[in-house]
Design a protein around this ligand. Sequence first.
Ligand SMILES: [Zn+2]
Length: 207
Amino acid sequence: MPLHDELTSPQAVWDELLAGNERFAAQASEHPHMHDERRAELSAGQSPRAVVLSCSDSRAPVELLFDSGLGDIFVVRTAGEILGLSVLASVEYAVNGLGCPLVVVLGHEFCGAVGAALTAVTTGELPGGFSNVLVERVTPSVLAAQREGHTESADVERVHVRHTVDTLFAQFPALREKVAEGSVGVVGARYRVSDNRVETVCSHGVE
Ligand SMILES: [Zn+2]
């Protein structure tokens, strides 16, 4: 089922994204909202259902893995789904300016940025260049994971997603108010490259 116009509650949008991922994982994608009618509709403006902050990894293509189409998702991607001013501005615009009822922070299996941060913490070696910024932003998540006793990449990826959601709330306080009033939901999730499925890591205002 494509995303319907009447879907505006955070829970309905999350359910629909998960249903889209189920279709994608089952190799039964419907590729909704890709027709001329949709293109014509979008010429009048956009009203995306969700803003997704994900890693830039080529194995985690956001629209494809949620089997969604044109105008459905406002996507922000950075390696390691790290936050920065441009990212915060983009998420804020999607929520305040476009009225997105759902924010998803999407990490993934085999994340190179998380792996580089794990290596840096373990060996003290930095990758060099601008990649050092990725390591700096992900390292607090690695340290938090270690405090919780996690050393496996999969667990560190989950902690990084949760930590990123917490940091997003801290840096964008209005988001927490919107969650409290029920107008916006926030989900932390992890995409598994090996079986194409999205797992929920944490959620606020949705289940
Ligand atoms: Zn990644």
